[in-house]
Design a protein around this ligand. Structure first.
Ligand SMILES: [Zn+2]
Length: 57
């Protein structure tokens, strides 16, 4: 299954056996996307938030 990266437009490949809640990382820009819903032929993703992680100094 293929999906377009919302950030850079690169093609993301979603493994057929991926599950809701899994994180797909864009190979081009490195953005993490979380699978929020999945059916046999569609997949919905949202940009994964790094909740609870402090990236600042
Ligand atoms: Zn991207």
């Amino acid at each position: 299954m293929k999906k377009e990266c919302k950030d850079c437009g690169a093609e993301l490949t979603i493994p057929q056996d991926s599950m809701v809640g899994e994180i797909i990382t864009c190979p081009d820009c490195g953005t993490d996307f979380e699978i929020v819903s999945k059916t046999e032929d569609t997949v919905e993703m949202k940009e994964a938030e790094s909740v609870g992680e402090d990236w600042g100094q």
